[in-house]
Write a protein that binds this ligand. Sequence first.
Ligand code: AMP
Ligand code: TRP
Length: 328
Amino acid sequence: MKRLLSGIKPTGEVTLGNYIGALRQFVEMQKDYESFVFVADLHALTVYNDPNELRRRIRDIVAIYLACGLDPKYTTLFIQSENLYHTNLSWVLECNSYMGELSRMTQFKDKSKGKGNEAISCGLFTYPALMAADILLYDADVVPVGVDQKQHVELARNLAERFNNKYGTTFKVPEPIISKAGAKIYDLQNPQKKMSKTDNSSKGCIMLLEDIESAKKKIMSAVTDSENRIYYDKENKPGISNLLVIYSSLKGIALEEVEQVFKDSNYGEFKKSVAEEVAQFLSSLQNKYKAIIESGEADKILDESNEKVRQIAEAKVKDVFSKIGVGR
Ligand code: AMP
Ligand code: TRP
C-alpha cells in the first residue's frame, strides 16, 4: 500500500481553509493509503509562541484531526517533536540544500518581506528542509497539501533526488496532491488573500472551533460584488467564487451543481444558505471535538503511534548516517 503523509502546524487556530484545503483530503484518502498525519509543532517555532498557548493548540489539532474523521485504524497520528529523528534528518538535508533554492521559496519571501535580517529567524529560512525531512523519513508516496505548500513538497522531491544521486537510492520521491476545488480558500473580507491562521482575529477568517453565531455573521458580511448574479468566476467575482467553493466543498457537490441551485437566488439568500451549511458543519465538528477532549482518548492513540513512527524513522536515519559516513 502506498504511503500518505501530511501535517498542520499549530500556529494560530485551525481554519476552515485548513479543513477544505488539507484536512478533508486526509480523511477522504486515508483508506486508500497507509496514512501518517502529524502535528508539525516544531514548525511553529519559526516565530515566537506563548508556550502554554502552543501546548493547547497542539492538543486541539489532535482532537480536531479525530473529530474530522481521521481514524486510528487507517491513520497513524503523531506529534512531530515526539519523534526526535525529524530534526536529525533535517540537519542532513539542510546541509544538502542551497541558500539560492531556499531563498526562492515564496512563503519565505512573503513572510520576510519588509523585515530586517535581525527580525527573521534562521528557522523561517531553513524550515522547508525540516518539512522535507518530515516527508522523506517515512518514504511518503503522496503528500496532500493546499496549493501554498506545493513548492515545499517540490523542494523535498529535489532534495530526495539530489541525495539519491550522491549516495545511492535512499529516499522515495514524493508527489504533492493538491485538491482541484478548494486548494485555496480566500479571506472573506479580502478575497485576493488566503484565509490564514495568522489573521485569526479578523472578520475574514473562520476557525473550526469558533462560536457558530460569529461564523455565520462572517459569512453574511463576506465581501462580494455588485452584479447580484451567482456563478463561478475567480478573476471577476472572487468573493462569490470563494463562497461557492466553500459551499460545494462542505456539501460535497460539484461547483456546477451549486451554480444551478442558486442561479435564481440573490446574494442575501445565497449567503444565508452558505452560513447555514458552515454552521451545521462546525456544530457537528465541535460536538465531536468536545467528546474527544473529555474522553482523553487522544493520549492513548498518540502513545500507541509513537513506537511505530519511531521505528520507521530510526531505520531511515541509520541508513542515511551510514551512507554519509557519520558515526562509527
Ligand atoms: P498551515 O496553516 O500553514 O499549517 O497549513 C496546513 C495545511 O492547510 C497546508 O496543507 C496548507 O496548504 C493548507 N491551507 C492553509 N490555509 C489554507 C487555505 N486558506 N486554503 C486552502 N488550504 C489551506
Ligand atoms: N509546512 C506545512 C504548513 O505550514 C506543514 C507541514 C510541515 C507539512 N511538515 C509537513 C505538510 C510535511 C505536509 C508534509 O502548512
